[in-house]
Design a protein around this ligand. Structure first.
Ligand code: UDP
Ligand code: MG
Length: 307
């Protein structure tokens, strides 16, 4: 098999016909030896029946149906594990990732690149809030983590067989794919494209989900937020030592006129806040450990078709 295309789908019946119409000509112009692997992530609309009729018409259309909705990261992992191509492409179903770009991806793959990723040149299709928060996240992530993810790179990419195997060899349960793709390394190249608006259907991401996604991604990739507190504590201890010496000196020289309600309140409130934040950070990491030690599989497969 030359080329596997992995498409995670969750309630995408509206957009799937358009996707197929645009995707198949592109793939057959690259190689006749391709497969399109749809990962049905617990859809509750007509997605699965539609995919099944396609799979009966064309053996190159394959389906893995998960036992419930596990989220995109798990669906992509299931696809990577099942695809058998020398090159594997990850593609959103909603046509925000233009399938025509696969020509370019394929060319770069022939040139010997292992990780060819699309970079959104222009995010005007996204709302202002989504754009700026994404920008801030990339900046913050790259500053903290030791393998940086390219600005505005999404999941839309082509991976060579060895890059796919490397990603699959990472055993973690909480899979922040963008971070994993860049962590494994290999020869990478960016291909710029303009991200279009969703062709049909609606987004599965709320801001609350995105925030948690970002937080999980960050804490899964770096332990810096955890270690920061040592230095913060050192600075505060040094400062309080000086302050203690000064208060003791004042007491000895001037006696102890009762005052200091304000300073005591400020100190108590400030440090309880700081301690709660640091506990929260520890909690984030503890929750990762909790999920990892349970060693649950990232997904369960309900049925496979044409595989
Ligand atoms: N998706 C999925 N499982 C989910 C949520 C989304 O498989 O729980 C798929 C969805 O069908 C689509 C892709 O992931 O193919 C990207 O989702 P979406 O377009 O909603 O995200 P956005 O582009 O708004 O970030
Ligand atoms: Mg989308």
């Amino acid at each position: 098999m030359d080329l596997s295309v992995i498409v995670p789908v969750f309630n995408e019946s509206e957009v799937l016909p358009q996707l197929r119409a645009r995707l198949e000509p592109v793939l057959s112009s690259c190689t006749p030896d391709y497969e399109i692997l749809f990962i049905n992530d617990g859809s509750t609309d007509g997605t699965l029946p539609l995919l099944k009729t396609w799979a009966h018409q064309d053996k190159r259309i394959k389906i893995i149906s998960l036992s419930r909705n596990f989220g995109k990261e798990a669906a992509v992992t299931a696809g990577l594990a099942a695809g058998s191509g020398r090159a594997v492409i990850i593609l959103d179903a909603d046509l925000q990732d233009p399938p025509e770009l696969i020509h370019e991806f394929w060319k770069k793959f022939q040139e010997g690149y292992d990780n060819v990723y699309g970079v959104r040149e222009n995010r005007s299709a996204d709302s202002f809030l989504k754009r700026t928060s994404a920008q801030a996240f990339y900046k913050f992530y790259n500053r903290l983590s030791n393998s940086s993810i390219p600005y505005n790179a999404g999941d839309y990419r082509l991976l060579s067989r060895r890059a796919v195997n490397a990603v699959l060899a990472l055993p973690e349960r909480e899979r922040f794919m963008k971070g994993l793709f860049s962590w494994v390394g290999y020869k990478s190249v960016a291909v710029p494209f303009t991200r279009e608006k969703r062709a049909a259907g609606k987004t599965k991401w709320s801001y609350w989900k995105l925030w948690n996604f970002a937080l999980n991604g960050l804490t899964a990739s770096t332990t810096l937020p955890l270690k920061l507190w040592t230095y913060f504590g050192l600075v505060i201890s040094a400062a309080s030592f000086l302050f203690a010496a000064w208060t003791a000196y004042k007491k000895i020289v001037f006696g102890n006129p009762v005052s200091g309600y304000t300073s005591i309140m400020v100190a108590i409130l400030f440090f309880s806040g700081v301690q709660l934040i640091s506990l929260g950070v520890i909690g984030e990491y503890l929750s990762h450990i909790f999920h990892e030690v349970k060693q649950r599989p990232a997904y369960f497969i309900d049925e496979k078709i044409n595989l």
